[in-house]
Design a protein around this ligand. Structure first.
Ligand code: GDP
Length: 437
């Protein structure tokens, strides 16, 4: 998994860090926080109406639950923002649907949105779950489109159906007859796009839909379009009717807001996200994981999937969830993650790690510094960092060759990290649930 939403998540982390420092929040603090959340959304190019509604719902929760007087107002706000984000992104994962015999999927969207690429990605995904899949080339207008699909199909061992001198509607119809005769399980129809929403294109899509009755119509949308993506989706939904969305090019989207606008405006589920040009760059869409990434809380499940093959998963879960998680555990985790190459991206997906180490320090130097400091502690100190007083800090600093201030920073951040683990632990949808414990 790659890292996305870096800009938006950096801003959220700053907002949360600033309220996390306070044990009590005034009404003014809350107002300021909500304003910052709204501005973060707007900077990420989230639709204004969507951002306003979001804040309105959070405000209602704050008032209804009287959190100003609770002991942990900031944690409540973070939880509300997280829950609302998950809710807006679709609550739970929407899975691909299949019909009883031949399943027909249709890809629609503007030209350049990634339809052809994602038709192929989806074909490869379906092949992996043992479906006999066929791609259908219905984009007869863009000169290279049919060839592009044929080459993609050939490279990935997927049969591509095409008929010369036929209209897209005829090709679609013929393809389904062919698929039924030849025992295919799934047909993926790649349709033509235009640069803008246009009536001829919509009519053709409606006609294909009327003839082949697809199980699902996927709207393929380029996430880099920002809030315009939501308008495109609205148009396609109102005219052709869509069932679900594939957001593409998330790897290149620096703002990250379109994903929220689109789900809020269309109420159609995003089922997949495209994260690169390769056919393997397709991920199923999980609202809770994406919300975690947007808020900079890390994608715990994503991390777990990635490390499953390399690290003793049971041990990792046990370590993260043990009550007395100490500096030795932290050191061990850092070392075992380093075995994976421990890229900046990877580490920053783990909740709190980025706060623990500092975003700018997620590099080899910081690893070296923190490792040296922890190694200069006695086992007793690692197990019980509270006993590290002034003289001990001086000794650790000398032993590790690092500044006393670095020791202080590490200890402070370790405490913050523990708080985050605890915070997840107090949430219903907690880190522990996510680990599947
Ligand atoms: P279509 O006109 O809708 O069929 O769009 P294409 O499938 O031809 O894609 C347009 C361009 O976007 C091509 O250069 C693709 O390689 C590129 N592309 C498609 N999906 C992604 C993605 O998820 N990430 C990135 N970085 N590029 C993508």
């Amino acid at each position: 998994m790659k890292i996305f939403f870096e800009n938006i998540s950096n801003k959220f982390q700053k907002i949360f860090e600033s309220i996390n420092k306070k044990t009590r929040l005034s009404e003014k603090d809350i107002e300021q926080t909500l304003n910052d959340v709204k501005n973060t959304f707007l900077d990420a190019d989230v639709n204004l109406e969507v951002a306003r509604n979001f804040i309105k719902k959070i405000k209602e929760k704050i008032i209804n639950q009287n959190i100003i007087n609770s002991l942990t107002p900031s944690q409540h706000i973070i939880k509300f923002v997280n829950d609302e984000l998950v809710n807006d992104l679709g609550s739970i994962q929407s899975k691909l649907s299949f019909s009883n015999n031949l399943t027909i999927y249709m890809m629609v969207g503007l030209q350049g949105s990634g339809k052809t690429t994602h038709a192929c990605k989806l074909a490869v995904y379906l092949k992996k779950i043992n479906k006999k899949v066929m791609l259908v080339a219905c984009d007869i207008y863009r000169p290279a489109a049919v060839n592009q699909l044929k080459i993609l199909g050939e490279n990935n061992n997927v049969f591509v159906f095409f008929k010369e001198n036929k209209s897209p509607v005829e090709i679609a119809e013929l393809s389904t007859e062919y698929a039924l005769k030849n025992n295919f399980d799934c047909v993926l129809i790649d349709t033509a796009g235009r640069l803008n929403v246009d009536e001829n294109m919509m009519n053709e899509l409606k006609e294909i839909k009327r003839k082949v009755w697809p199980q699902e119509i996927f709207l393929v949308v380029d996430s880099m379009m920002g809030q315009e993506a939501a308008n495109v989706a609205k148009d396609f939904n109102n005219t052709v009717g869509i069932d679900s969305v594939i957001m593409t090019k998330l790897d290149s989207d620096t703002k990250g807001g379109s994903i929220l606008s689109i789900t809020s405006v269309t109420k159609k589920p995003i089922k997949f996200i495209g994260t690169g040009e390769k056919v393997s760059d397709l991920e199923e869409f999980f609202p809770d994981r994406i919300a975690s990434r947007i808020l900079g809380m890390g994608d715990v499940v994503g991390v777990i999937e990635k490390i499953e093959k390399n690290i003793d998963i049971k041990k990792t879960v046990k370590t993260f969830t043990k009550k007395d998680f100490d500096l030795q555990d932290f050191y061990d985790q850092m070392q075992s993650l380093k075995k994976l190459g421990s890229s900046k991206n990877f580490m920053s997906m783990i909740p709190g790690f980025s706060q623990m180490i500092g975003k700018s320090q997620l590099d080899d130097k910081a690893f070296f510094r923190n490792s040296a400091i922890i190694l200069s502690m006695t086992p007793k100190e690692r197990a019980n960092p509270d006993i590290i007083n002034g003289p001990r800090k001086k000794r650790i600093s000398l032993g590790s060759g690092q500044k006393i201030n670095d020791v202080n920073i590490l200890l402070k951040k370790f405490n913050d990290f523990k708080k985050i683990l605890k915070m997840f632990g107090n949430n219903k949808k907690s880190i522990f649930d996510m680990f599947g414990k």
